[in-house]
Ligand binder design. Sequence first.
Ligand code: ADP
Length: 299
Amino acid sequence: NVVVVGSINMDIINRVERHPEPGETIHCLDTSYSPGGKGANQAVSSSLAGSSVTMIGAVGNDAFGEVLIKALHNYGVNSSAISIEEGTSGLAFITVDEAGENTIVLSHGANGKVHSDQLSINMLKGAYAVLLQNEIPASVNEAVMRMCREEGVLVYYNPAPAHQLNEYLYDLIDTIILNETEAALISGLQVTDVASAELSAAHFINKGIKNVIITLGSKGALFKSKDSREFVPAFSVKAVDTTAAGDTFIGAFAASQASGGSVKESLVFAAAASAITVTRVGAQQSIPRKEEIEQLLNS
Ligand code: ADP
């Protein structure tokens, strides 16, 4: 059983020939909606990968709120503890030009109102791990980390979007999972390849975090703990849209670990899951089911 405490967003994606200048009005080529948000994406990934998942978060009492909760429910995520708050849901306004260059304006909406009281001790009983990211208030993440420590539940932390961490938090994190940019910003060390990722991972281990996973896009993923190390290459696929690659990796890794997989098995499973995600457009709608992941692993 996996619990995710995090963000729930509606991504609103406009494709344009070129980005508008300030003050300019342009027509877009088309618009699409895609349920997203790092927390919700990770919950969907864990659920589709075979875990039983409870999502803690908040949506607004606008039309998107209902759609977002329904999407999670349809992916098998327990959404009964998601709160509905006065105001707008979390929204990501994404503009993509023909070269694939994007600009994103995030409106955190109800995500700013998530409260640690939504997570009951009962939900933590029997939970394997809680997954956290940086799209809800930092004070909520910290309170949840402390509850997990009390109850003996593992904390998986994905510090994205990245900001500096308070050093006293390191001791409360079992597994930190980050991409190259996030690892570089937080460790203060450049991360561009496996060798530099090793140094950045060592930084986090020295600070007291037990396990570190640095994902390196199409270059694969590195796992490091005090006395072990694993590297898994990425699967070779034709990438179309890398949205939710990291979220898929994290959700699938957690699901595999929760069901008793070894670190190596879980890393390979997560690499296969996220490789499928990058071959499809969108966030939650691009995340694969367990059967598809196993098919790729057996091919
Ligand atoms: P994020 O989406 O957080 O930036 P990454 O880009 O590091 O994270 O991707 C996470 C994981 O997704 C990688 O470790 C890899 O397994 C998989 N992945 C990402 N891009 C590709 C790609 N082009 N081809 C195959 N797998 C990929």
